[in-house]
Design a protein around this ligand. Structure first.
Ligand code: KG4
Ligand code: ZN
Length: 338
């Protein structure tokens, strides 16, 4: 089996996967409650929590699968991008285990973990990766569309400012909703009505016709409107839910605007599938919209199972299966990866 370790942000996660991608166990110790009083992730708290939870989780993963150390034939660890102190806990721990067990270590790019996550299945071998697919990675730190061919990843666009998940989180924080904001906005949006007249959130476009994302305009407008109309958890609940529904729709409208433009610019042979990954792919409204987008074009849309949308070690182990292991001494944590 391959052991996966993820400590890049506020979730300590450990997973064991079979060689065929079957997830045997995926354990997550979430720190959300520890960070909630601060309205966001506090790096120092994150590092300490990882240190406390990592090895107990590894032991539990072995126990729950009735596996022993000798069943671990490879280790995959998130090397970046992420919070440097948090990453170091996972990387140092994985290096130690790799030496002690005499097994190879693979450094995994966190984004690549998300990228392949829609192909993971619980208790079953993974879905075969197509030769070519388009991937939207939408999380708290990233908003990008990639063209993935034979394991080679080419970035087609990126956000020039805030990530989509970050926008959910920042606006939610402003109106007094607890962290993380995405699921909270989704909850309030579900009882709201989209009202573009009352909430005219902009569709960001660039003068140079770039297909990059930009979410700072929507964020600024959302905060301005919320301040002006006194929208918040203590205010008018109907106003709050309509605001959330319209904000969510504006954030997704930009995703589809760029996806459509990128898709129509591609030449045949077209990618066989479009995959969506990252924390924001847990959003039910987006999942329905993505499936409808695929049906309208005859394209298979792959969405991660709910447990593999937000940060988890199963996706890190899975990405590790696609990549060759190197010298464990050369694995270094990096907060940014070009
Ligand atoms: O992938 P992830 O766990 O961490 C990063 O790599 O960033 O994504 C976390 C992000 C947060 O911004 C969170 O608000 C967002 O994903 N998120 C959602 C939902 N669930 C999580 N956004 C919208 N709707 C959701 N249901
Ligand atoms: Zn992530």
């Amino acid at each position: 089996m391959i052991l996966g370790i993820e400590t890049s942000c506020d979730e300590t996660s450990v997973a064991l996967l079979e060689r065929d991608g079957t997830v045997r166990v995926n354990l997550i110790a979430s720190q959300i409650e520890r960070h909630r009083p601060f309205g966001g992730v506090v790096p120092e708290i994150a590092s300490r929590e990882h240190l406390q939870h990592l090895f107990p989780l590894v032991s539990r993963a072995l126990d729950e699968t009735h596996a022993s150390w000798s069943d671990v034939e490879k280790i995959a660890v998130t090397a970046g991008p992420g919070l440097i102190g948090a990453l170091l806990v996972g990387v140092a721990g994985a290096q130690g285990l790799s030496y002690a067990l005499g097994v190879p270590l693979v450094a995994v790019n966190h984004l690549e973990g998300h990228l392949f996550s829609p192909y993971l299945q619980r208790d079953q071998p993974s879905i075969p990766l197509p030769d070519r697919f388009l991937s939207l990675v939408i999380s708290g730190g990233h908003s990008s569309i990639y063209d993935v061919r034979g394991g080679e990843v080419a970035m087609l666009n990126r956000t020039r400012d805030d990530a989509i998940g970050e926008t959910f989180d920042k606006v939610a924080k402003f109106i007094g909703l607890p962290y993380p904001g995405g699921p909270q906005i989704e909850k309030h949006a579900s009882s709201g009505k989209i009202d573009r007249k009352r909430f005219p959130f902009p569709m960001s476009q660039f003068k140079d016709h770039s297909l990059d994302f930009s979410y700072s305009g929507i964020k600024a407008e959302a905060i301005r409107v919320a301040r002006e109309k006194k929208i918040g958890i203590d205010g008018d609940p109907k106003l709050l839910s309509d605001f959330c529904a319209t904000l969510q729709e504006a954030l997704f409208a930009q995703l589809f605007d760029r996806l459509d433009a990128i898709w129509s610019a591609l030449r045949t042979p077209m990618p066989a599938e479009v995959a969506v990954a990252g924390g924001v792919s847990a959003n039910g409204t987006l999942r329905d919209k993505m499936l409808a987008w695929g049906r309208a074009r005859g394209v298979t849309v792959r969405l991660p199972e709910k447990g593999y949308c937000t940060d988890n070690a199963a996706m890190i182990a899975f990405a590790g299966l696609q990549r060759a292991a190197g010298d464990p001494r050369r694995v270094t944590a990096r907060s940014r990866i070009a």
